[in-house]
Design a protein around this ligand. Structure first.
Ligand code: ATP
Ligand code: LTN
Length: 331
């Protein structure tokens, strides 16, 4: 089973990214044939960014992934812009197998377009096609993602099907997997919104690299709801989110959390969540500092990963080109 997923290069990976995506990557790395993880710098440039910072942020993210337990001996970890097949296949899929109307329906495009103060680029509109190309270039069977990527994954399946029916069986139609618990961690200050790098509040977002003191402060000031019982309820998105976080971090069910805190009030529970998260992130933070300091090593890991990724993507994209009637015929 081939596994593929992508993550954007920011230095500010948050608890939602960690629980919803990164911890799945680590869990699945031995089940992939192989498992392939890509730091998607070509996606990151679709919104305003600083070129002088992009590489630093890419090293930050690479170091977080390694510190979280990805092992380059057991999976492929690489930088998207190192493998040219991603951009080439994007155009091939956009031109022949992607409906403009489908792209127009993407929630993330609408949200990000509204948030952009300057240019709303055509690349932002094409973002889901690049994502489909990432996945299809490896004949991926399974894509682990958080809940917010569902619509993009459905589109990638649609694009694969359209291509296959027009040009003949070429691409694997990918399945995706979203965790049962922790697929949508919410902002601590606005629990009706997902925790997010760009759109949520600083105080409502726990970053993987936050100091223990900051983590404690953010949990203590998390918005909770009326009442005082630690139970899940549709009307209580704040406390429900904290219960979900605690359950994932401690590796227990949400029912078990409710019984453990049946006699507690919100204040005591928030402190327990803060302590659990601090303990959960501590080993990652410790390894991060060491890994981030050695950029030559990070480059070496990415270069080795890109060589392995290219070897897989190259023949798959070459075959698709041939089926489309592009270039010299493949014998
Ligand atoms: P953000 O909204 O924070 O910018 P993103 O989804 O745009 O995140 P990435 O960093 O590339 O950008 O996301 C990596 C992974 O993290 C994706 O699989 C995404 O589904 C997952 N993810 C993002 N936010 C959450 C969240 N709040 N809860 C669970 N998973 C999440
Ligand atoms: N759009 C995704 C990141 C991403 C991705 C991928 C995820 C880019 N390419 C391929 C899975 C498979 C996001 O989380 N923002």
């Amino acid at each position: 089973m081939r596994i593929f997923s992508g993550i954007q290069p920011t230095g500010r990976k948050h608890l939602g990214n960690y629980i919803g995506a990164i911890s799945q990557y680590v869990r699945l790395q031995d089940e992939g044939d192989p498992a392939i993880y890509c730091v998607v710098d070509l996606h990151a440039i679709t919104v305003n960014y600083d070129p002088a910072e992009l590489r630093d942020r890419l090293y930050d993210t690479t170091a977080i992934l390694l510190a979280s337990g990805l092992d380059p001996e057991r999976c492929i970890l690489f930088r998207q812009s190192d493998v040219a097949e991603h951009t080439e296949l994007t155009w091939m899929l956009a031109a022949t197998s992607t409906a403009h109307g489908d792209l127009n329906r993407m929630h993330q495009f609408k949200d990000k377009a509204i948030a952009q103060r300057e240019l709303v680029s055509a690349g932002l509109f094409f973002y889901p096609v690049l994502m489909a190309a990432d996945i299809l270039a490896y004949n991926t069977d399974l894509v682990p993602v958080g809940d917010d990527q569902r619509q993009h994954l459905e589109l990638a399946r649609e694009i694969a099907n359209k291509f296959n029916s027009r040009f003949g069986e070429t691409f694997v139609v990918p399945e995706f997997t979203i965790p049962d618990v922790g697929a949508r961690i919410m902002d601590l200050q606005a629990p009706e919104n997902k925790m997010s790098t760009t759109s949520s509040s600083e105080a409502g977002t726990i970053y993987v690299l936050d100091e223990p003191k900051a983590i404690e402060k953010k949990f203590k000031s998390a918005v909770t709801d009326s009442g005082s019982d630690v139970v899940r309820d549709k009307e209580k998105p704040g406390i429900s989110n904290l219960i979900e976080i605690y359950a994932v971090v401690r590796g227990v069910t949400m029912e078990a959390v409710e019984s453990e805190f049946a006699d507690s009030r919100y204040g005591e529970f928030k402190q327990a969540v803060a302590d659990a998260v601090i303990e959960y992130l501590a080993p990652v933070q410790e390894k991060y500092t060491e890994l981030r300091a050695d950029e030559a090593n990070l480059e070496a890991v990415l270069a080795a990963g890109a060589a392995k990724a290219s070897a897989i993507a190259q023949p798959i994209v070459a075959r698709a080109r041939d089926k489309m009637g592009l270039g010299r015929p493949v014998v």
